[in-house]
Design a protein. Structure first.
Length: 169
């Protein structure tokens, strides 16, 4: 009987500690997306595409690369010979999603995988693509455009797009 009482007391103390610890834990505050800046120019867009194409070729990946301005409008496009035709539209959609929503397109892929499909009801002109490979291009803390890559796996597309986005100054 006495053992059961001690066990019950220990369980209550343990539950209290867990509850107290949970109450103190705070989720991290999300970083706000960057503000929009002046639109990417042709030279910067080419710089991004050249770096992305170089990364794709280095890995033997056939890719389509699209660079858009903050409004999601195409500024520059390039495609490696032999890239699947569907990648042309996909690269542009990934870049557009990243520019309009000021975040990587992977965010929507993750949301879709988690069962959140609410964004699918957005109007066509604002509907994001739920696929990895779109990355915002940020210079001096301002979003000046975005780059989208398509032709490989989602992870490969993101690697290529990141190489392009990080090359812009």
């Amino acid at each position: 009987m006495r053992t059961n009482m001690w066990m019950a007391l220990a369980l209550m103390i343990g539950a209290g500690l867990l509850a107290g610890g949970a109450a103190q834990a705070q989720p991290p505050t999300p970083t706000p997306p960057p503000e929009y800046g002046a639109p990417i120019n042709n030279e910067q867009a080419k710089e991004a595409a050249i770096a992305a194409i170089a990364e794709a070729r280095k890995n033997g990946w056939r890719m389509a690369i699209a660079v858009v301005d903050p409004g999601g409008y195409l500024v520059y496009f390039e495609k490696i010979d032999g890239t699947q035709n569907a990648s042309v539209a996909l690269a542009q959609a990934k870049a557009r999603t990243s520019a309009l929503y000021r975040r990587p397109s992977k965010v929507f892929s993750d949301q879709f995988s988690a069962g959140n499909t609410g964004f699918m009801s957005f109007p066509n002109e604002a509907r994001p693509i739920a696929s990895e490979g779109g990355i915002p291009i940020v210079v001096n803390g301002r979003l000046i455009g975005a780059i989208g890559a398509s032709g490989g796996t989602g992870q490969q597309d993101s690697i290529v797009a990141m190489a392009g986005a990080s090359a812009v100054r």
